[in-house]
Design a protein around this ligand. Sequence first.
Ligand SMILES: Cc1cc2nc3c(=O)[nH]c(=O)nc-3n(C[C@H](O)[C@H](O)[C@H](O)COP(=O)(O)OP(=O)(O)OC[C@H]3O[C@@H](n4cnc5c(N)ncnc54)[C@H](O)[C@@H]3O)c2cc1C
Length: 479
Amino acid sequence: MPDIKCLDEVLQKMKVPYEETVYQKGYRYGEGTALRLVRPKNTQQLSEILQCCNAEGIGVVPQGGNSGLVGSSTADNSGKQVVIGTDLLNKDIFQRDGDSLKVGAGFILDTVNQRLENEGMFLPIDIGASGSANIGGLISTNAAGSRAARYGNTKARTSEITVVTANGEVKQIKTDMRAVDPELPQDNSKIDPNNPFIGSQGYLGVIADAVMVVEEKPIRYETVVLVPKDNESISLIRRELQNDFGEALTAFEGMSGEALRLVGKNIQNTGYLFADEPQKVDYALLAEVATKDENEDLDAILYATLERLTDSKDVTTGLMGNSYLYWHHRHHISEAIKLEGQVIATDIAVRGADNLSAFRLEASEKLKKDFPDLMIVPFGHEALGAMHFNMVYPKEKELSPALKKEIQAAVYEPAVVKYKGTFSAEHGVGPHNAWAYDRFTPDEVKKQAEILKQKFDPNGIMNPNLNYGFRNRKGLNVT
Ligand SMILES: Cc1cc2nc3c(=O)[nH]c(=O)nc-3n(C[C@H](O)[C@H](O)[C@H](O)COP(=O)(O)OP(=O)(O)OC[C@H]3O[C@@H](n4cnc5c(N)ncnc54)[C@H](O)[C@@H]3O)c2cc1C
């Protein structure tokens, strides 16, 4: 067992809330028992905790809302790691000046938006876990979500961070908010050398607070669901909407017919979205537009676009007038899939949003042929070229880890190699997909990560369940 005398003294002296030997599970992956779950309230406490852990070589796992999807926010089973819960961290920091919001890492996304609502502003990061993910977690995962094509991902919304590195040093860092690669706007499969603390899952330090760029909130939204004639029509529909609405187009999502059918089947009190012909829809698109101008007749413009697309036969069916219902279906896909069987999740993006349909068709056909028991239920962020290409394996059949990996590899391989995309668009890298990182990441990227690790965390205490470098790096306990 590591020597925790120094740590316990700090916890007592600074009255830091903590619990001993806490067993925890992540939302989808990751579980273990933490030696201590400590909950610092401010940057000073955080710094002193890290100084002790660093001096004693105690592994530290930062944790926000524990909603991450790669298994990197919980301790391992050794009982030797300390989880730093950030739910109380800097909760006294919440100051807005124009579109800049300085905010403590412990604030949950929904709370931030509730507080901004009265001022007509919002932080436009839209994820299904907005009721639990906090600012520190969002930044550390560079979360994106349904409206990222319009408003950018978390990196694009973060102008400054306060981070505490392994030795307790407090750093104020202005982030590099330059435009992302337009052909592959969402890629969290590696550390960004220009913003090493954003999207690196607590591997290099703990985010204590940040300055976020917030937006004036639209006053009205309207959402439609469109069934494209075929896969070629998807890009055309997106371009038509972009031409008609420009920045007012706030979301453009894709949902496979199979995913929608599972929502109708498995989510209580919901029903089928295409009630008359649920079996006929192969793929549907959800488009949302928004306006800040109370005189703009959004419905009329959207209706005209819909009519034009229906006349040209690019859209075969269009639903309009019940935005809540359409988003309800979109937001319940993950849960519906989980209820159906054993989920095999992937989170890919391809280079060039126009190529997403070709990828989806090709991967679906191959998987159906090679693994006939699989149900294929992709959905995702069409405008980003990103997709949760998820699959369901029957509950009653055995799904060995090797088979699961083989199936995931059959998705990652074409996404990364043929379509020059990524095996992790949004969720980042963790023990769950470490093998894919090892396989698909070039050596120079790993080398760069090792240099950063050496610079900010030479003792390798920060999130020791991750490894962005080479696997045989000494001192790291790699899953
Ligand atoms: C239902 C559901 C829907 C989701 N939808 C989306 C989506 O649309 N888009 C998307 O991008 N993600 C999505 N996610 C994933 C997840 O919500 C995001 O990754 C989120 O940003 C994680 O935030 P968190 O506070 O829960 O972090 P955690 O899960 O607690 O931690 C995630 C990682 O960040 C590290 N970390 C946490 N806090 C800090 C900190 N202060 N400093 C340093 N490191 C830290 C942890 O060690 C861990 O490695 C979804 C998850 C769920 C459960």
